[in-house]
Design a protein around this ligand. Sequence first.
Ligand code: SF4
Length: 128
Amino acid sequence: MDWVDQGLCRAQPDRMFAEGAAQNEAKAVCAACPVRLDCLAYALDHREEYGVWGAMTERERRALLRRRPAVTSWAEIFRAAAAHPDLAPVVTRRDVTPAADRDAPRTPYRAAPARRRRPGTAPAGLDR
Ligand code: SF4
């Protein structure tokens, strides 16, 4: 894991095991990290159960693993995607884009309406 020494969280690794709203702060650190995909691939391939890795929370990683059960090596998938960005990806940008970026409003002046859901139901797009 030679990428670990390049991670932006190396000075405060415990910060990446935040819970609740503090996870968004951890994900913001990851968003600028130069080894984000190495980190995310490691967490997915090793089924890391806790913490924010590569800008994904444990819950987001579980959802991704459920959506892509046939993937045996995320490291391989990310390497192939980097080498051949024009090929149809097995993993979509939505899968690996930090939620904070993905859900950001498209214009600086108009925020998207908040998603609402009934208590006890899963957010849209998550199989639970
Ligand atoms: S992606 Fe996030 S958790 Fe992974 S090394 Fe970088 S800052 Fe740390």
